[in-house]
Design a protein around this ligand. Structure first.
Ligand code: NAD
Length: 493
């Protein structure tokens, strides 16, 4: 639920700084952050140098010793204080975050600066014990020692300095999902937000200082290009990289961190399959599929962009989708009834337009969309490509825009094979008249998460991808485990 909006004037001349060791650090250079609807400059973000990135890593290292020895209750207390500060301050950030992300005002209020963003700090503010004791086992005498009862304790220790690199779609929520569990576990963090919309994250830095976190526990480094994050990824001063973003960047990070065995959590791209059996509720599935168009214009990794629909209901589904697409209002994201806002940038719009053209060239039927709406801003109209096949680029790759592809299937077996014929495996959906059948299909899908007759994610269930969609899981207690090294201590009782 949103906390509302306190209308706040955005000052494009505001001087933004990096947060390093608890201090605000002015950089020599800046780069512009653009509103993707008005195309105006929202502000000038600090352009960190390699030396400032090194300072941030050193500050996180210096803070680590004391922070990991602080009691979990104290660390969680500070996370709770941060959630309190955010509940007060975040409504004042709505205009800024809306302007830099271009997301509609409803999405900004409920999901960009509230909802999952603050909830994650609140969730991890409750101390959770995840350490274990193994039951004693009988140990016979060996050359290594006498017989006895062997007992063991299993502890989750912090990994160390965690570099959190995040994507542009939900800047605050993505960062919160990383730093809240990482801090609760006793790690220190460096946040490297996406270049397109880092200003709300710098506001978060102000809240972090107000909540009273010790200097250096959380640092923020912004930069427009890949050089600074790539240098931090390759540094021995970072123990873990928590990355959310595209699979191509994820691959380069994984390779670069290999020589130092840097721990990784990778939340990467997706091409969500949505299977509809012949008895599925078309109306039920419609809301889920239309979310690709009306929920942040499809800039969501978990979106059900690949519809695999039973042939008996295929024509009706395509017709209904076309009708729904025509009903979605495109336009000014500040108007309450707007559902489809702009994409983040001119480059992203170009990517999506090329993606759609490639689909048409490879034989997909353009049912609706594809054209550039007569609007200022980087819009792509809700687009539906039907009669697709699994070999097409538009079926195999993500658009990260408002594009749905539809393919017919004959039976469950074929639907499962089509869904699994993908490099990705992040989030899939099954719509069926019978939940038991949907559950059976779900178990055959190569996908880290599967939702049945619903599109709501379970925020405490483990989240992450099979195959090229990532490595590791977070959320709930899985988040705490993700940011820990596991240590076993055993003794002869
Ligand atoms: P991106 O991969 O282009 O950028 C993500 C981050 O990586 C940015 O902060 C960027 O500055 C940084 N980066 C770029 N090059 C780098 C390098 N060489 N070394 C280190 N860091 C580098 O992604 P994006 O365009 O911001 O976001 C869209 C992508 O994110 C999509 O592929 C989407 O599926 C994915 N995504 C995944 C999830 C998930 O939970 N699995 C969630 C949201 C978005």
């Amino acid at each position: 639920m949103g906390l509302g909006r306190v209308m706040t004037k955005i000052d494009p001349e505001e001087q933004w700084k990096l947060l390093i060791g608890g201090e605000w650090v002015e950089t020599a250079g800046t780069y512009p952050v653009q509103n993707p609807y008005t195309m105006e400059i929202v502000g000038h973000a600090p352009e960190a140098s390699l030396s400032e990135a090194t300072d941030a890593m050193a500050a996180a290292r210096d803070a680590l010793g004391d922070w990991k020895n602080t009691s979990i209750d104290q660390r969680c207390y500070l996370l709770g204080k941060l959630a309190d500060v955010l509940e007060q301050k975040a409504p004042e950030w709505v205009d800024l975050v809306q302007a830099e992300t271009g997301s509609t005002i409803n999405i900004t209020e409920t999901l960009q600066v509230a909802g999952g963003f603050i909830d994650r700090f609140r969730y991890y503010s409750k101390p959770q014990r995840i350490d274990l004791s193994e039951l004693p086992v009988k140990q016979g005498a060996t050359a290594l020692g006498p017989a006895g009862l062997l007992a063991a304790s299993v502890y989750h220790q912090p990994v160390g300095v965690v570099l959190c690199i995040t994507p542009y779609n939900f800047p605050l929520t993505n960062v919160a999902g990383k730093i809240a569990p990482a801090l609760a576990m006793g790690n220190t963090c460096i946040i490297k937000p996406a270049p397109q919309d880092p200003l709300g994250i710098l506001r978060l830095g102000e809240a972090i200082n107000e909540a009273g976190f010790p200097p250096g526990v959380i640092n923020i480094v912004t930069s427009s290009g890949p050089e600074v994050p790539a240098a931090m990824v390759a540094s021995k001063d970072v123990n873990m990289i928590s990355f959310t973003g595209s699979t191509s960047v994820g691959k380069s990070i994984y390779e670069s961190g290999a020589s130092t065995m840097t721990r990784v959590l990778m939340e990467l791209g997706g091409k969500g399959a949505l299977i509809m059996t012949e008895d599925a509720s078309i109306d039920g599935a419609m809301g889920a599929i239309a979310s690709v168009w009306g929920f942040h214009s499809g800039q969501i990794c978990t979106a059900p962009t690949r519809v695999i629909c039973h042939r008996n209901i295929y024509d009706q589904t395509v017709e209904t989708l076309e009708a729904v697409a025509g009903m979605l209002k495109i336009g000014d994201p500040l108007e309450r009834d707007t559902l489809v806002g702009p994409l983040i940038s001119e480059q992203q719009r170009d990517n999506v337009e090329k993606f759609i053209s490639s689909g048409v060239e490879s034989g997909a039927k353009l049912v609706c969309g594809g054209e550039r709406p007569d609007e200022q801003g980087y819009f792509v109209a809700p687009t539906l490509l039907a009669d697709c096949t699994t070999d097409m680029h538009v079926v195999r790759e993500e658009a990260f825009g408002p594009v749905v592809v539809v393919m017919p299937h004959e039976d469950d077996e074929e639907a499962i094979a089509m869904a699994n014929d993908s490099d990705y495996g992040l989030f899939s959906y099954v719509y069926a008249g019978d939940t038991a059948r949907a559950h059976q299909i779900a178990k055959s899908l190569e996908s880290g998460n599967v939702a049945l007759n619903s599109i709501q994610p379970h925020m405490e269930a483990p989240f992450g991808g099979f195959k090229m969609s990532g490595i590791g899981r977070d959320r709930g207690t899985w988040g705490l485990k993700a940011y820990s090294e596991i240590q076993a201590i055993s003794w002869l009782a």
